[in-house]
Design a protein around this ligand. Structure first.
Ligand code: F6R
Length: 264
């Protein structure tokens, strides 16, 4: 794991957006794994700016989102497809037919999940996967105790997740209790992983993910196994790390080495 600690979420999001832009420069037809939620929104704003001002080009790229609610149509304001359109896809030059979000309306969600895995493989796998982290350490909708080698599947949401999300749904409105999500094994197959976490409410999960034991109890701890996982934190999210000074020193030394080798 490479731990990058930035002063605030704006700097952290710029770092993430620049990493994605560099990936597209290196490989224009990159396959991007994308996330929803509050965490990636600033990064998406930065990507839109980089596209408009510096013409970062998404025309050959494709994308796969981590998850989608079961039972919500793509035009439902709480669906993740709708979120992606609003926050990113409508503002960049990605070909919408190359963007993929699990099919929340498929009558056979088990088949839809298998198809999603096949589609990822048919695209040659994910080059760069963007992630957020839940307060309980979840990634995607892989809640604590999810199998560390799990694949894309339909999952029952925990009561705490359903409760946390109830604020987005009206009193009489249907609120999904199931979701389709990439598995932890699926996520780990991405060639590069970029996890963002901001705010002190994420600091306990971040500490367990980085310094705790590898355990299904903290799904994000599975990233300890990944050869190229970058964890980008603001100061608050990093505040509980016991080895924070060491992580800062490692990153500084690494940057200096890259510079001396003309690799940064
Ligand atoms: C979203 C997702 C979730 C979120 C996590 C954090 O696609 O997969 O795992 O990344 O719940 O959510 P926020 O960013 O809203 O704190």
């Amino acid at each position: 794991m490479r731990i990058v600690i930035k002063e605030n979420r704006y700097e952290a999001s710029s770092f993430a957006a620049e990493t994605i832009a560099m990936q597209l420069q290196k490989k224009p037809n990159s396959v991007l794994g994308l996330a929803t939620g509050s965490t990636p929104t600033l990064c998406y704003e930065q990507l839109i700016r980089l596209h408009k001002e510096h013409y970062v080009d998404f025309s050959a790229a494709s994308s796969f989102n981590l998850d989608e609610y079961h039972g919500l149509s793509p035009d439902h304001p709480q669906s993740y497809r709708y979120f992606m359109q609003q926050k990113l896809f409508d503002h960049i030059n990605i070909d919408i037919s190359n963007t993929h979000v699990p099919d929340g309306l498929n009558e056979n969600p088990i088949q839809a999940c298998a198809d999603y895995e096949n589609e990822i493989n048919a695209h040659g796998g994910i080059d760069l996967q963007l992630l957020g982290i839940g307060r309980n350490g979840h990634i995607g909708f892989n809640e604590p105790t999810s199998g560390l080698q799990s694949r894309t599947r339909i999952k029952t949401l925990t009561q705490s997740t359903t409760h946390a999300n109830s604020r987005f749904f009206g009193d009489e409105e249907f609120q999904p209790e199931l979701a389709l999500t990439m598995g932890i094994g699926t996520i780990l197959e991405a060639k590069k992983i970029l996890l963002l976490a901001f705010g002190k409410e994420k600091s306990a999960a971040v500490q367990t993910m980085i310094e705790g034991a590898l355990s299904a109890y903290c799904p994000a701890s599975a990233l300890q196994l990944h050869p190229d996982a970058i964890i980008v934190l603001d100061r608050e999210a990093a505040s509980r790390l016991e080895h924070i000074e060491f992580f800062i020193e490692v990153e500084e030394k690494q940057q200096a080495l890259m510079k001396s080798l003309n690799l940064s």
